[in-house]
Design a protein around this ligand. Structure first.
Ligand code: FAD
Length: 821
């Protein structure tokens, strides 16, 4: 048998793989590899990282050279050689040797086409300007690098927010170039759903990127020293250079001219053996249409992994091996500054478009044990069939560990697994790497709970369109978290107090509960469900809600960026902070609790900084400052953590912002003032006033000796019997008369302490009581003790109400703090 002659068009991912595999299968075959450009087998995926400076040595991108390929694989590599024609009938190709300016022919027994895809350049006026670049290969990269260096580029526009666009954004920012991204869609990174992309928008803005979403470029105008770029919303952006990254289209011209079948999407049509409509021609890589694994529909999915595998399969089939390519899942990953986004299978947009029934859940667990340093959250979205639980797709965004989870899910989808299999997945675990219940298990638990009916879930769109007559939103987080922001219209009943408030919750309405990420919501929904309530839990909780609705609130980041231009720059944290708190790895509400505790210790006007690794804090910190009245100074990104500086202020906060009613568990505290001692009464009123300024609704319930603190100074004429008169005379009348609990020393000690207080400008007890009244603290005299001691309402300070045990219990039940002094 004569030896086979294999000719390959395209010398990078698919082409080089096919060539190497062909040689491994046959030492006899004649193999010729034609490459239009000057390089073969280069790492196109690494190009942005050389521009950004991470890959310093350019030669590292050249995985194989023609010489090394010839030496190891005995392959005839011909660079600068463009295949310009295929003669199917005679099994001939025509080649243009650009270096020698020579056109010649070559025969083949089997032809493999791996010509890749070309960058889309739409016919926008001015598109041919020399300042506009695309990035596909080494010469493109060299041009971009050369231009940046020679022209001392200071600002660039990246058109398109997909993989290559975002990688270029980071590369340019690494080189201290101001970057504007123009993206036609309302989100970057089209392969994920919009709410997942919100986290990327935040990250981009945090790194000083000017994000223009929902607009396109309508024209490029050459200026003296740059370009004026006109957008579809009539905005103009001036720039030194433009990177065009709006997608690629299959290089199909050669195949089309040869009469090979081209699909509706413009890719070369192949069967599972990578064979085209001609029995001697195979095609692989970005140039072909593939079957999408989940839907079975045709798709263009230009990724390196599939291209490499397809090249290998084509070679197998040429040598009689029955290798089959079994569809593409679109498993992808991309680094966006400190965040990573990954996805596999179908996204929600495509499931809707293909009318495939699905359910979805969100979880936001830490990527490894929270107690091990450096833990960061992963926002994970799982899409699955509502009946069988079969996994349809997954998306994740986080600082670390996204690759592991997406790869596990990619295998699960490939194996046709269900959410129940995720529950059972036994994944590697030690604290630095994961959790005993991994993100993947956790997503499986939640999805299985939904399918088994253990937990009904709702989604943000439903919460946004809530029917108030039939439904009520219940926030089961702590009051501190609620204070930081909540879904408008919701009431706050912390999960730990839920059982106390069952009677307050309506049974004629559906309860939509939510917490931070869905876990406490799940616990709450189990409690409520078992008490006969109609309840559903918001999947992914408030975190998912913010991802869906709150992109605009990140404008504060944008505004800081435009002021300083460099929000991401390390080293500009004010150096006069009094305290630095490390809350990295601590999950919400941990960071805000630590922050509050530390602020409580500070004097007014002092500053602290807090480092967190939870990107949710980017929004939480300014929101919390706004409601509590502390001053948000700035946030900088340093080594993957967010460092926020805050100045302690009056704590008055923006109460006008409170747009929700909080009927069940108000931010309320009660103090039982039992003692009539001067020092204890002082403590009670200091706490009450502090809490009132923090926004608490405070009630002081005075009973027994505590009633004396609220008595008027001068005697009031009221009807009393003898005993009552005697009691009244024996007891101190009012705040000025009460005595120290210790060291009273016949009045000397109390007098002394009052003197010291005056000197140190500490408010007196009557002043504190007046302040409390002013701040709205409710003062209640215990009716039973008043009767017993013969104290009449008229004898108490104006505004003091009379109340019994029921009133006290009711008030205490409403709040989360109850002190007995
Ligand atoms: P290519 O690798 O593009 O090779 C095609 C070659 O064919 C080209 O060199 C071209 O010059 C040559 N050619 C075309 N026509 C002819 C002709 N008529 N005659 C001779 N030669 C011809 N994918 C990922 O999965 N992950 C990533 O992180 C990633 N990052 C990327 C970053 C960049 C900047 C780019 C450009 C791509 C990236 N990709 C990534 C995509 C991935 O590189 C491609 O999917 C993969 O290279 C496709 O392989 P291919 O063989 O089909 O085409």
């Amino acid at each position: 048998m004569s030896k086979k002659k294999i000719v390959i068009v395209g010398g990078v991912a698919g082409g080089a793989s096919a060539a190497a595999r062909a040689r491994r299968l046959s030492e006899d075959a004649e193999i010729i590899l034609f490459e239009r450009g000057p390089y073969i087998s280069f790492a196109n995926c690494g190009l942005p990282y050389h521009i950004g400076g991470e890959i310093k040595d350019r030669d590292r991108l050249l995985v194989q050279t023609p010489e090394s390929m010839e030496g190891r694989f005995n392959i005839d590599v011909r660079i600068n050689s463009e295949v310009i024609k295929i003669d199917i009938e005679n099994k001939l190709i025509e080649i243009n040797n650009k270096a020698r300016n020579e056109v010649y022919s070559e025969s083949y027994d089997a032809l493999v086409l791996s010509p890749g895809a070309s960058a889309i350049r739409p016919p926008i006026p001015g598109i041919d300007n020399e300042r506009i670049f695309t990035l596909r290969n080494i010469p493109d990269m060299d041009q971009i690098n050369g231009f940046i260096a020679e022209q001392e580029v200071r600002c660039a526009v990246v058109v398109g927010g997909g993989y290559i666009g975002l990688e270029m954004v980071e590369a340019l920012r690494n080189r201290k170039i101001e970057v504007t991204v123009v993206e036609l869609a309302e989100q970057v990174m089209g392969p994920v759903d919009p709410e997942m992309a919100t986290l990327l928008h935040q990250e981009l803005r945090m790194h000083g990127v000017d994000l223009r979403l929902g607009v396109s470029v309508v024209g490029f105008d050459a200026q003296d020293n740059g370009l004026s770029i006109t957008l579809s919303n009539d905005d103009n952006v001036l720039s030194d250079m433009v990177i065009l990254a709006i997608g690629v289209r299959p290089e199909n011209s050669l195949a089309k001219a040869a009469g090979l079948k081209i699909g509706e999407l413009g890719g070369i049509v192949v069967n599972q053996h990578m064979l085209t409509s001609d029995k001697n021609i195979y095609a692989v890589g970005d140039a072909i249409e593939v079957e999408e694994f989940v839907s079975g529909k045709s798709a263009l999915i230009p990724l390196a992994g599939p291209a490499n595998r397809q090249g290998r399969i084509a070679a197998d089939n040429i040598f009689g091996r029955d290798s089959v390519y079994n569809a593409t899942q679109g498993t992808g990953i991309c680094k966006v500054f400190n965040q990573t986004v990954g996805m596999t299978g179908l996204n929600e947009k495509l499931l809707k478009r293909f009318e495939i029934a699905y359910e979805k859940i969100y979880v936001h667990p830490a990527q490894h044990a929270g107690y091990y340093p450096g833990s960061t959250p992963i926002s994970f979205k799982l899409l699955f069939a509502p009946e069988s639980g079969k996994i349809l797709g997954a998306q994740a965004v986080g600082a670390n560990g996204v690759d592991k989870r997406i790869d596990v899910l990619a295998m699960a989808i490939r194996a046709g697994q269900t959410v129940y299999d995720l529950e059972e997945a036994e994944l590697s675990y030690a604290p630095p790497y994961g959790s005993a219940k991994d993100v993947v298990n956790y997503a499986g638990f939640v999805a299985s709970n939904v399918l088994k009916g253990d937990m009904g879930i709702c989604h943000v769109d439903e919460v946004l369109n809530i029917d108030g007559s039939k439904q009520i939103l219940v926030d089961v987080r702590t009051s501190l978290e609620f204070e930081m922001g909540s879904i408008p219209g919701s009431i706050n009943v912390p999960v730990d107090l839920l059982r106390l408030h069952l009677a307050d919750l309506p049974r004629d309405r559906e309860l939509l509960v939510y917490c931070r990420v869905g876990l406490r919501g799940y616990i709450a929904s189990r409690i409520l469900q078992q008490h006969g309530f109609n309840v559903r839990n918001l999947s992914g909780g408030y975190t998912t809600y913010k991802m869906v609705v709150d992109d605009a609130s990140l404008e504060w980041v944008q505004s800081m960026c435009s002021d300083t231009g460099e929000i991401s720059c390390a080293g500009d944290i004010p150096n006069d902070v009094a305290v630095h708190i490390d809350a990295c790895g601590v999950q919400c509400p941990g960071p805000i609790q630590k922050l509050k505790q530390a602020l409580d210790e500070l004097e007014h006007g002092e500053m602290l900084s807090i480092a967190t690794s939870d990107p949710g804090f980017v929004n939480d910190a300014p929101a919390w400052c706004k409601t509590t009245g502390h001053e948000f100074i700035e946030m900088v990104v340093q080594d993957g953590s967010y460092i926020t500086t805050i100045r302690k202020n009056s704590g008055l906060g923006d109460k006008s912002n409170a747009k929700f009613t909080n009927v069940a568990a108000k931010q309320a505290m009660t103090i039982v003032l039992f003692s009539g001692d001067f020092d204890k009464a002082m403590a009670a009123f200091i706490i009450a006033n502090g809490a009132a300024t923090m926004g608490y609704e405070v009630t002081i319930f005075s009973t027994f000796w505590g009633l004396n603190v609220l008595r008027k100074h001068s005697p009031i004429k009221v009807q009393k019997n003898l005993i009552e008169k005697m009691m009244g005379k024996m007891m101190p009348r009012g705040a000025n008369k009460v005595a120290l609990s210790k060291m009273h020393m016949l009045g000397m000690g109390t007098k002394m302490i009052k003197g010291i207080m005056k000197k140190k400008q500490v408010a007196s007890l009557p002043d504190l009581i007046a302040d409390a009244k002013e701040a709205g603290v409710k003062l209640v005299g215990c009716s039973m003790t008043m009767d017993m001691m013969g104290i009449r309402q008229e004898e108490l300070l104006d505004g003091v109400e009379k109340g019994g045990v029921a009133m006290y219990l009711n008030k205490a039940g409403e709040g989360s703090l109850n002190l007995f002094i």
